[in-house]
Ligand binder design. Structure first.
Ligand SMILES: [Zn+2]
Length: 335
């Protein structure tokens, strides 16, 4: 994932540099964010409607989410070591994910990606939980880890580890429960990370492929909402308001967070982030990116060997996991 956000930080290291394309396409976003001082960005006021809705007590119990188990999954995923595409550890992780999905309808989207390091296998893993309503809600997060750092001891506890583990625990919550609402598909996306240096062609390999497949086979039209989660294990959790995301869906996430009392972890900052939601937005799919890009002071742990388990908290996994489940419930209820 990559970001751009005004004048707040010095030049970015390779792999998270600002995208020239984004500069051209989104100048107003940059202009907008560069006017705000880093330390004093006001929380965007949520629409009055979501405040009102959030004040109405939910009729069902808050969604369950086993944070201890999700944290154990994160530890187990990290124990495989660096998990870049094309690596042995990546293959082992694929098997680990499949092993957790026994009894669930699973399909994959496997292809060879053209990368600066040659052809590399990329596999999106899709677990399907059928519902009664006609339509699909997708929750996605990447399981590959940073490629250029693969020989540095980098393990991607937050960036790759937390997103993988969160989906595994969501699968536990969804399995064997008949759904009255839309079908829910969990997608472990692959090849999110750049192989050499982040660019439009060297990033988001898995989701660019999957979005095109879903556009062609008609799936895209059935998707009511697509929620991406990335780097959500940070003990100091601050989910950004990602400004390219579909705004009603971002509002719905805040409504869910507010209903659960977690709103203080959401949207203190508005920034544009290049992440797995973008390819789907291109095909008209409503999509939102839930990411915390303030990982350590000034994001210092991001894409460094310091992205380790000790920076994470099970509480953060629980916050994002239960907010996602509540958001699914709210999308189900949406007219
Ligand atoms: Zn990353």
């Amino acid at each position: 994932m990559s970001m751009q956000r005004g004048v707040k930080q010095p030049r970015r290291p390779a792999g998270r540099r600002w995208l020239a394309v984004a500069w051209m396409v989104l100048p107003w976003l940059l202009a907008c964010s560069s006017q705000k001082p880093l330390e004093a960005q006001p929380n965007l006021a949520p629409p009055a409607a979501s405040l009102v809705a959030a004040a109405v007590p939910s009729e069902t119990a808050p969604p369950a989410f086993d944070a201890t188990r999700a944290m154990r999954y994160t530890r187990e995923v990290v124990a495989f070591g660096p998990r870049p595409i094309g690596s042995k550890a990546h293959q082992k992780l694929e098997q680990y994910i499949y092993a957790h999905l026994k009894g669930v309808a699973v399909s994959d989207d496997l292809f060879m990606a053209d990368t600066p390091a040659g052809k590399l296998p990329v596999r999106n893993i899709i677990a399907k939980f059928p519902g009664k309503k006609d339509g699909i809600i997708v929750i996605a997060g990447h399981y590959d880890t940073n490629y250029p750092l693969r020989d540095t001891g980098y393990v991607g506890a937050n960036d790759g580890g937390s997103s993988t583990a969160l989906l595994l625990e969501l699968a536990n919550q969804l399995r064997d429960k008949p759904r009255e609402g839309y079908s829910v598909w969990l997608v472990w996306t692959d090849g999110e990370e750049a192989v050499r240096q982040w660019s439009e062609n060297d990033s988001l390999y898995g989701t660019r492929h999957l979005a095109a497949v879903w556009d062609k086979d008609g799936t895209a039209k059935k998707i009511k909402a697509l929620l991406v989660e990335d780097m959500i294990g940070d003990a100091d959790l601050n989910i950004e308001r990602e400004v390219q995301s579909t705004s009603w869906l971002m509002d719905l996430v805040l409504q869910a967070a507010t209903a659960l009392g977690y709103q203080s972890h959401f949207y203190a900052r508005s920034i544009a982030v290049q992440d797995d939601h973008l390819p789907f937005l291109k095909y008209g799919i409503p999509a939102a990116d839930l990411i915390d890009l303030d990982y350590g002071y000034g994001n210092v742990f991001h894409h460094t060997p310091q992205d380790t388990l000790d920076k994470l908290s099970p509480k953060s996994l629980e916050i994002v996991g239960s907010v996602l489940l509540e958001t699914v419930r709210l999308v189900d209820l949406r007219k």
